[in-house]
Design a protein around this ligand. Structure first.
Ligand SMILES: *[C@@H]1O[C@H](CO)[C@@H](O)[C@H](O)[C@H]1NC(C)=O
Ligand SMILES: *[C@@H]1O[C@H](CO)[C@@H](O)[C@H](O)[C@H]1NC(C)=O
Ligand SMILES: *[C@@H]1O[C@H](CO)[C@@H](O)[C@H](O)[C@H]1NC(C)=O
Ligand SMILES: *[C@@H]1O[C@H](CO)[C@@H](O)[C@H](O)[C@H]1NC(C)=O
Length: 392
């Protein structure tokens, strides 16, 4: 019965003839027979050549329509704004760019720091012998750094004040990306802090980042107060609560994604205005939500959902564990480099913990290339151990 109804609404406005109820007689007019034949032929035709549009299915949610669901795209629930249309066009083109666009691909190491970098000597050990395969950028937001290594001299970009948790943090990240993008040989862009150290040798890091087409952006859904609790309805309609994500700030992105971040103004503006400390009595930190949410919306399969920079939140405090000189042992570094599952915990009362294997091109591998936070006093121990713990 429903087939007939749906069929009538969908195709045959012309054929809304009542079916005769009286018993057929030999004197039935010829046109009824012709009509019935026409109906049969069109039914068979509709079965053999499925229609591309089947509007009746929008009105009948019956199981009749289920087999037809693949025939038409889901109807957009609301018309897109001009800005969304423009943003989709730009993002689509950026994402379809070839993955490596340089003969001599380099990795851009972008340091976001208040001032001097305490581990320049360690980084120098990491970089030496690999000239031409990396470039360094330093955004020093508070004071001019003093350099311990010639590799860092003259690598500062113009900086502005950065306030923890405010949009100025995202602005500094965008400024570093925009500077590093000027060099067309830079193909991968790593954001690092003054307390970050390398966990592997340069070749390992280079092959890990260049050998895959994904960006390492931490991203997970947290229904608790430190996740979706920070979502503001002012972000609607472009950002819905179900799109809202959380993740650590320390990203590593491929060139297409770096371009996309620099080009985005629609979502950036939403977070600038409505994800900030003391927003309607709640605290939202754009550096923890903007990029995870953006990439969850525009290219979810293009990101790994974990960050290659390790940090230890297991003490459950406001700040992660920071390692002193005495903590830095061969065993600690081996422990961190052997982790091959990323860990997330929700901030609601359920405290749901998830461990996800770190899959690199489908193969389970150690998750981390860098680690934080280390006190400057840890430098000597790290220098002493570096060749050992990075041997493989
Ligand atoms: C990356 O994507 C390109 C196509 O865009 C493909 O040719 C290449 O094999 C991919 N590389 C890896 C490591 O998956
Ligand atoms: C990251 O998560 C999204 C959805 O949460 C998923 O679509 C995507 O495949 C994940 N990325 C990888 C590399 O598994
Ligand atoms: C290293 O990991 C082992 C096993 O998980 C643990 O018992 C040990 O305390 C860890 N050592 C350090 C220095 O973190
Ligand atoms: C470095 O590794 C070698 C060989 O595994 C070992 O003999 C040496 O004691 C290690 N050095 C340090 C400082 O751990």
């Amino acid at each position: 019965m429903k087939i007939a109804q749906a069929w009538q609404l969908g195709i045959g406005n012309k054929y809304k003839m009542p079916v005769p109820r009286h018993r057929p007689t030999s004197r039935r007019p010829l046109w009824i027979i012709v009509l019935i034949c026409l109906v049969c032929i069109s039914l068979i035709g509709a079965y053999i050549y499925p229609p591309q549009h089947y509007p009746a299915c929008y009105f009948f949610s019956s199981s009749v329509c289920t087999p037809f669901k693949d025939w038409f795209p889901a109807m957009p629930t609301r018309p897109l704004t001009d800005d969304e249309m423009a943003s989709r066009a730009v993002n689509k083109d950026i994402l379809s760019l070839p993955s490596v666009q340089s003969k001599n691909p380099k990795i851009a190491f972008m340091f976001l720091t208040p001032g001097s970098l305490p581990f320049e000597k360690l980084w120098e050990k990491f970089f030496l012998g690999h000239e031409g395969r990396f470039s360094i950028y330093v955004h020093a937001s508070r004071e001019n750094p003093e350099h311990a290594s010639p590799l860092f001299i003259g690598r500062e970009i113009r900086s502005e004040k950065v306030v923890w948790g405010k949009i100025s943090m995202v602005d500094a990240e965008k400024r570093l990306l925009a500077n590093a993008l000027q060099d067309t040989e830079n193909q991968h862009f790593v954001l690092l802090s003054d307390s970050c150290v390398p966990l592997h040798n340069f070749d390992y890091v280079y092959n890990y980042l260049m050998g895959t087409n994904i960006s390492f952006i931490d991203c997970f859904q947290d229904p608790g107060p430190h996740g979706n609790g920070r979502f503001s309805e002012y972000m609607l309609p472009e950002v819905e609560e179900r799109d809202f994500r959380k993740g650590a700030q320390w990203f590593s992105v491929k060139r297409q994604h770096a371009l996309l971040i620099v080009a985005d103004s629609l979502y950036y503006t939403k977070f600038k205005l409505y994800c900030r400390p003391n927003m309607d009595g709640r605290n939202c930190y754009a550096d923890e939500h903007y990029l995870p949410t953006l990439f969850n919306m525009v290219d979810p399969s293009g990101i790994a959902n974990w960050s290659v920079t390790h940090v230890d939140w297991s003490e459950g405090k406001w700040h992660p564990k920071a390692y002193r000189a005495r903590d830095v042992t061969y065993e600690l570094l081996k422990n961190i480099t052997s982790i091959d599952e990323s860990y997330h915990v929700t901030s609601d009362e359920k405290k749901v913990k998830t461990w996800t294997p770190c899959l690199w091109n489908g193969e389970k591998r150690p998750c981390y290339l860098f680690a934080r936070k280390f006190y400057p006093e840890a430098l000597d121990n790290l220098m002493h151990l570096f060749s050992n713990y990075t041997a493989i």
